[in-house]
Ligand binder design. Structure first.
Ligand SMILES: [Zn+2]
Ligand SMILES: [Zn+2]
Length: 282
């Protein structure tokens, strides 16, 4: 079955992507992608090696404009940012992020506050997550997971985003600490509340396929796809690419997983709007 060759979550050398923006676009054209969105990590109020600095934002936007024009006959290009929800002050709904001329905004949580107020990265390697949990986050997994989803819900409530990035990604690192997390009653109850909340707010999510080829996991976890389907939450399929040769990583498996779970539609960008399209174009 033919599938859409599109991706709206992609990094480049303006953040922690491993190649210049143009290399991702050239690769997308080479592979027959019809739409491609660049979404570097947005600036944070402090330095992080994986995020763009505020001083680089205008170069990011002008580089994109130049490339959009250059390749306008070959592919539909869009520019976004993956914006962190840190707290009430620093998040995607900020006037600053809302005033940028972006086609769309992805809202994600990669950082939590430690018990002493330190900023703790919960999105890195599993070993690091376990260390951080003990060193900075109080050592108990359950309250950390609750805080993570609470942040996600505050972010969704605050608005200003088009879709949620890797909406349950913490489960992957958490499994390293608690291998039966997905069997825990409290976790499944939390997932019910979380997806109820997303559906009530009319928010879209992505099926993030970045880690699938390596780990066999999507974000959200496949277990919750029926919950998402039943709540009619619109889904995009994105590879969250950091390397040009991985722009289609896991995409076909992502579409198959949606088909297997009875999804009929997927979200695609057309001009200035997101549209629900049949899961497979033919
Ligand atoms: Zn992310
Ligand atoms: Zn990303």
């Amino acid at each position: 079955m033919t599938m859409y060759l599109t991706n709206y979550h992609s990094h480049c050398s303006f953040c922690d992507g491993r190649a210049p923006m143009e290399d991702f676009i050239i690769q997308a054209i080479k592979m027959g992608f019809t739409s491609y969105g660049i979404s570097s990590h947005a600036p944070l109020p402090f330095h992080r090696r994986w995020a763009m600095e505020k001083s680089e934002v205008s170069a990011y936007l002008s580089e994109f404009c130049f490339l959009k024009e250059k390749y306008s006959n070959q592919i539909d290009l869009y520019v976004g940012m993956e914006i962190d929800y840190l707290d009430e002050d620093s998040n995607p709904s900020n006037t600053y992020f809302q005033s940028l001329p972006l086609d769309y905004r992805i809202g994600s949580v990669h950082l939590l506050h430690g018990v002493e107020g330190e900023i703790v990265d919960i999105d890195g390697y599993r070993e690091g997550f376990k260390d951080n949990l003990i060193k900075y986050l109080g050592g108990e997994l359950k309250p950390v997971i609750q805080t993570y989803f609470d942040k996600m819900m505050r972010m969704i409530d605050g608005g200003g985003i088009d879709f949620v990035g890797h909406c349950d990604k913490i489960f992957y690192n958490a499994l390293f600490v608690c291998p039966d997390l997905l069997e825990k009653e409290w976790y499944n109850r939390l997932m019910e509340e979380y997806y109820d909340f997303i559906a009530e707010r009319g928010m879209m999510i992505e099926l993030n396929t970045k880690a699938f080829d390596e780990t066999g996991f999507f974000f959200p976890n496949t277990k919750y796809l029926p919950m998402i389907r039943d709540r009619k939450i619109p889904v995009l399929v994105n590879s969250d690419a950091h390397y040009p040769d991985r722009i289609n990583s896991g995409l076909s498996s992502g579409y198959e997983a949606l088909l297997h779970c009875g999804f009929r539609e997927v979200v695609q960008r057309k001009g200035s709007s997101w549209q629900l399209k049949p899961l497979y174009p033919h």
